[in-house]
Design a protein around this ligand. Structure first.
Ligand SMILES: NC(=O)c1ccc[n+]([C@@H]2O[C@H](COP(=O)([O-])OP(=O)(O)OC[C@H]3O[C@@H](n4cnc5c(N)ncnc54)[C@H](O)[C@@H]3O)[C@@H](O)[C@H]2O)c1
Length: 349
């Protein structure tokens, strides 16, 4: 069987470090073309991964190369237009997270997928980790009983990505750590819980580090934009009575970087802390904690990219579906609205 003809749009950090590195090792894929709006970046990626064709315009690449599979690893505001263009060109698309900037844009990507008959998967690599797969199977087996509350977060002491670039420019990123880091852990928490329907969100955002260390326009003469939050906190209520408490930051005066998911169940609790799983139970009145020995992780994106080509070949629905990303974007969007209004926001049914 001929290999899948592969191309990529956006050859920056995730494009090279995750997509090109993983697909280059995928025996079912031949890397045909790369595209980056900056010619030097496209050429550098082409040299590094031994690819003949380098483009600066993704429409031209899609027209010329007749690709089967395309990755989109651009700044967030390019995800929807590039994904839709690739679907319309007859390609399966593996688009980075967050799917896009708003629920309406994610819906437009889902509609384009449905019209094209091709597959669209979002790069939610945390779903493919051994800890998430274990937790999902454990919850699906009923081992926690009823999950009535959950907590998730990812906090950094100092970790604002590309300060002054697209990450900190709301029109291009859609927001700060809530959309950047939160999309991973809100997603994986909802995935493990089986996607209950969110009904209201209350939250607050803070921006306290815009003029802080390494980004002081007055002192440095630097003119980049910083119009996003650096801390977001929130509380989600679901239609099944369950609640979710969340916090995401790029910069806070805390001990050190920390990520977690905690599930409170009637039969047991489950905590994922920096990728380690602990289960909390009670045996005849005695607390019983257990730590499953999970298989070692493969490289960043490796399991995800292998899964995607298998879905294409066997016509299976990918694990990280864009339809579910609409719900995650609804939560993120409602939290930003709640922060603006200083009030709880309802998510429309
Ligand atoms: N899944 C993960 O763990 C993970 C980690 C990092 C980043 N990401 C996501 O990957 C995406 C890219 O992030 P990054 O850190 O690689 O950013 P980056 O800035 O390093 O790379 C983005 C690249 O896209 C290029 N680009 C911009 N507009 C383009 C266009 N119209 N056509 C072609 N190329 C264009 C830029 O020149 C740049 O080289 C983001 O959506 C980010 O959220 C995901």
């Amino acid at each position: 069987m001929a290999k899948l003809r592969y191309g990529i749009i956006g050859t920056g950090g995730a494009g090279q470090g995750k997509h090109l590195t993983s697909y280059a090792q995928n025996p079912d894929v031949e890397i045909i073309a790369v595209c980056d709006i900056i010619a030097e970046k496209a050429n550098q990626a082409a040299d590094r991964f031994n690819v003949e064709a380098a483009y600066t315009d993704y429409n031209e690449m899609l027209r010329e190369e007749k690709l089967d599979l395309v990755s989109v690893a651009t700044p967030n505001h390019v995800h929807a237009p590039a994904t839709i263009a690739a679907l319309q060109a007859g390609c399966h698309v593996h688009c980075e997270k967050p799917a896009s900037l708003t629920p309406a844009l994610v819906r437009s990507m889902v509609a384009a997928r449905d019209k094209s008959g091709k597959k669209l998967m979002i790069g939610l690599n945390n779903r493919f980790t051994n800890w998430a797969q274990f937790a999902k199977a454990f919850v699906d087996a009923g081992s926690l009983g009823e999950i009535y509350h959950a907590k998730c977060g990812w906090k950094r002491r100092r970790g604002i990505p590309g300060k002054g670039g697209w990450f900190t420019t709301k029109a291009q990123s859609g927001g700060g750590p809530l959309i950047d880091l939160g999309v991973h852990f809100i997603d994986v928490s909802n995935y493990i819980m089986g996607f209950p329907k969110p009904v209201t969100v209350s939250g607050q955002t803070y921006s306290k580090f815009a003029d802080g260390q390494a980004f002081n326009p007055k002192a440095s003469g630097y003119t980049g934009t910083y119009d996003v939050e650096d801390l977001a906190v929130g509380f989600v209520r679901y239609d099944n009575g369950c609640t979710l408490d969340l916090e995401f930051s790029w910069a806070s005066n805390i001990d050190s970087e920390y990520s977690y998911v905690e599930l409170y169940g009637t039969k047991a609790g489950l905590k994922i802390e920096r990728g380690q799983v602990t289960i909390f139970q009670d045996f005849n009145g005695t607390p019983l904690d257990s730590k499953p020995k999970l298989k070692p992780e493969t490289g960043w994106g490796m399991a995800e990219c292998l899964h995607y080509t298998e879905c294409i070949r066997k016509n299976k629905e990918p694990i990280a579906r864009p339809d579910e990303c609409v719900l995650i974007m609804e939560i993120i969007n409602a939290l930003y609205k709640s922060a603006e209004k200083n009030a709880e926001v309802k998510i429309k049914a």
